[in-house]
Design a protein around this ligand. Sequence first.
Ligand code: ARG
Length: 466
Amino acid sequence: MAQLWGGRFQGEISELAWKFNASIYFDKRLIDADAIGSKAHVTMLAKQGIISNEECEQIKNGLDEILRDVREGKLEITDKYEDVHSFLEANLIERIGNAGKKMHTGRSRNDQVALDMRLFVREEVKNTAEALYGMLDTLNTIMKDNIHTYMPGFTHLQKAQPVTLSHHLGAYFEMFYRDAQRLNDVFVRMNFCPLGAGALAGTTYPLDRDYTAELLQFYGPTNNSMDSVSDRDYLIEYLSALSLIMMHLSRFSEEVIIWNSNEYNFVTIDDAYSTGSSIMPQKKNPDIAELVRGKTGRVYGALNSLLVTMKGIPLAYDKDMQEDKEVSFDAIDTTKNCILLFTDMLKTMKFNKDQMEKSAIRGFTDATDAADYLVNAGVPFRDAHGIIGRIVLHCIDKGLGISDLTIDELKEFAPEFDNDIYDAISLKTCVEKRLTVGAPGPEAMKKAILRNDERLDVFWTHLNDI
Ligand code: ARG
């Protein structure tokens, strides 16, 4: 055991307690962030004359060498060390001696780990946003090709009114776009540097916190040293943004699973994203979509776990906070993989357009438009609703659709019907006349797609700027 503390202790820590306390098993993932933070810290210490320029260089070179050796497999990160911070410091001292012992001047592991997590999360927020960009781009591409691909729109999972595939996917574009905006909000609120907060009360060394913040590309230093070491709000916000992404992916997965069912047959999932059954040779299962739906629970779990961990912690740092890492790492990886995989599945998925159109015709999806026809002929809407309801009942009884009735049969229900009713309730009219902002009509959709293109451009430029 190579601990950073010891002077004050007479006895040895129990092996079980050491293992229980250690975070090296998972925080080794923060090694790059830790080294980046340490290099900025010593650069600032040297500028302030707290250590010499030579010592600063020795430390930076030493850290780079350690990173290289770890990368090349020459140096193993073992549980001899309590955490990634002790690992780097102990190895540095072993390599460069006294200068290494100065790296931790004016710093505590509390502000150090607060910085490491922020640096790590800040990168991951960008990675999640980049994955979302791919999803949004894919959606808009499919939307462009399917302005006239009719399909039933549902409420209560019952056929309601016809829409288009472009319109349906446009709904997901909005959801994922809001998710991207949320990630941006998280970034903007979290991008402040906690380094220099010390254990909780700052330090007496003349640190230049603005300078360290600038070196690490933060907007500036955090305001209050106690808050700096004990704030995990940004992580909770990020996990909450990830939970919403997963919620959207899960709803989408559910639809793909329904669409892929034998009964619907709206889509054919590419072989690359489906699996077979060990016993039933005919099976081709939508496992990827099912797993994405299933993994949503893990991400919600991470959010819930951190909320509960944080709720009883008195100021400032307490070891409970070490529990922020494993669940967050898992949620971040899970969400990113789900977005990437789902996007690939979507790109290769075949939409069975004929089947979708056929389904849009059946099931009285034209009933609202038939009622609107009567309204245009002067019948009050409530009466029109009743008349069409009676026609639907009659049709169900006879196994027919509204447009299968002759004009004389229709006139028996309402004299206002005329020959133009058939055109008024055709699938084409039902969809293409819906032209208000946000509706599925082609002119409205073309505008929506153009707006999506613009939003994607701004998003991409912004992603590369931050
Ligand atoms: N492994 C710790 C964590 O993840 C690092 C901070 C340790 N600080 C302390 N006072 N023991 O939170």
